[in-house]
Design a protein around this ligand. Sequence first.
Ligand SMILES: NC(=O)c1ccc[n+]([C@@H]2O[C@H](COP(=O)([O-])OP(=O)(O)OC[C@H]3O[C@@H](n4cnc5c(N)ncnc54)[C@H](OP(=O)(O)O)[C@@H]3O)[C@@H](O)[C@H]2O)c1
Length: 267
Amino acid sequence: MRHESRQARVALVTGATGAIGGAIARRLAATPGFRVVLVARDPHKGGATVEALRRETGNSAIDCECADLSLQADIRALAQRWQGPLHVLVNAAAETPRERQVSAEGVERQFATNVLGYFRLIEALTPALQAAAPARVVNVASYWAGGLDLDDLEFERRPYDNDSAYRQAKQADRMLSVAFAERLAPHGVTVNACHPGDVRSRLAANLGFGGHETPDEGARTPAWLATEAVGGTVTGKYFEQQRETPCRFAADRAAIDTLYAVCLEYR
Ligand SMILES: NC(=O)c1ccc[n+]([C@@H]2O[C@H](COP(=O)([O-])OP(=O)(O)OC[C@H]3O[C@@H](n4cnc5c(N)ncnc54)[C@H](OP(=O)(O)O)[C@@H]3O)[C@@H](O)[C@H]2O)c1
């Protein structure tokens, strides 16, 4: 029985048409017993990624779900379509537009995709994660984080620059990992955050970062949390280079609770 459930582990990976998310999906698809579902906003790109991953890993159990993760409506629809248990959710999708942009639902895009996208996907898929317990969530965050302003999450009062909005979003991802870890622990779901590595990508180029690691190197820590025992036993922690690393944002209980409440209210 234990063996059977191992055979049926299902992972959902966002950002898999990009550098690091793609490499995470490849690592998971190459792990025996995993069925991998990618989330892509562009169905053609998603389909091409599925084909490439099937070819590269020999795993035919790879599929794609379409969703623009800046949109609550798309996330809700994805969760409604979802059938069966979900053992692993990897949030890796993020965007860093150089100019301030808003989603079709009117929310500043970095906050919409990089923060609310993570938040809402975890929230909407909690029943599927619970049904798979023990299950895990891996939030791809960053060491490059800080400057969260709870009174101006959408850069309406501050002048927007994509680096500040990105650092704020990655701080929020780390804080929300703590919040969800506490809430989901009774249901057998762990939630951890990590820095993947410095990888050349479109996201990084928009921020002016070169990146000196390969996407596969960047996928190592998130995939390790998704597949190895540590990711199922430790929860609410932050990791760099496969090591639990102190997170300076984890101690601010009031800010974590406020951020969680604010995200919950964004309807
Ligand atoms: N690169 C680094 O050095 C670095 C360092 C620290 C942390 N990270 C983190 O690693 C993660 C992956 O970044 P990356 O460097 O691999 O970036 P990337 O190559 O630019 O990939 C970003 C991915 O997110 C998807 N995406 C963006 N907005 C979306 C939306 N609204 N809906 C659905 N999907 C959306 C993109 O889809 P499309 O293909 O359709 O654009 C793409 O698949 C991010 O969370 C980032 O913060 C990266």
